[in-house]
Design a protein around this ligand. Structure first.
Ligand code: ADE
Length: 237
């Protein structure tokens, strides 16, 4: 059982997206839990304000330290009450390390993960210094907030939690084709718009099918991702 906690100003956005399809089923079956905590619920400002202008001037508003810290404290207290070790706090930001599959595997071994989503121009640096353990980006482009990146990471991590995917086969196939792109796949009918399914896939010869798929994976990787192909070649020298 893995528990995801998301500190955000837009809880409905992440809850909607993460309770659908495979992750929704994983929540129902209690392989994972997903809790969104509304940072605004923790502000001490009587008008519900959570942001303010930046010292030194410049564009936009900054999320203030107090509501972020108190929202985190509430989650951390809940984890401590269960007797679990304190969860890593992942601040989702374009300034972080770029997320990748190995990082997903490492994080999937944790019991609790806390995602901190910024909005507007970011968050007061002082609260980041106090609570954040990891800063992670999902790629070199800028989004309006951390909610979509947090959802991307949670999806990638959750599918690695035992029981979330039905067939452990998916994970096995992935490790066999580690670092390669997927081979092309076909379903019925055998002919569609004059295009035939590759005959070898209809042969019933599993060894031949496996060999063909590996060859296709290698070809695709070579053509489309020469960077990954080079890593694969060096690994299989
Ligand atoms: N917030 C805004 N853009 C982001 C990105 N690319 N990755 C993570 N967090 C972000």
């Amino acid at each position: 059982m893995m528990n995801f906690h998301i500190l955000t100003l837009f809880p409905e956005m992440v809850m909607q997206g993460l309770h659908t399809s495979i992750l929704g089923r994983a929540v129902e079956r209690e392989h994972i839990s997903i809790e969104a905590v509304n940072i605004r619920d923790y502000t001490l400002d009587k008008h519900g304000k959570v942001d303010d202008y930046t010292y030194g001037g410049g564009a936009g508003m900054l999320m203030q330290a107090q509501p972020v810290f108190d929202a985190w404290q509430a989650v951390a207290d809940g984890i401590a009450a269960r007797g679990a070790s304190p969860g890593r706090v992942i601040y989702v930001t374009p300034q972080g390390k770029t997320f990748h599959q190995k990082m997903a595997q490492e994080l999937a071994a944790e019991e609790d993960l806390i995602f901190l989503c910024g909005h507007y121009e970011g968050i007061d640096e002082r609260v980041l210094e106090e609570i954040v353990t990891d800063e992670v980006s999902i790629g070199d482009y800028v989004l309006t907030g951390g909610e979509l990146p947090a959802m991307v990471m949670i999806d990638a991590i959750a599918r690695l939690v035992p029981g979330v995917l039905h067939n452990t086969d998916s994970a096995v196939t992935e490790s066999f084709y580690d670092g390669l792109l997927e081979y092309p796949q076909y379903s019925r009918p055998e002919v569609w718009h004059d295009r035939r399914v590759p005959p070898i896939l209809l042969s019933g010869d599993h060894a031949k099918v496996d060999a063909w798929r590996l060859e296709q994976s290698i070809l695709r990787t070579k053509e489309r991702r020469p960077d990954l192909y080079e890593v694969y070649c060096n690994k299989n020298l």
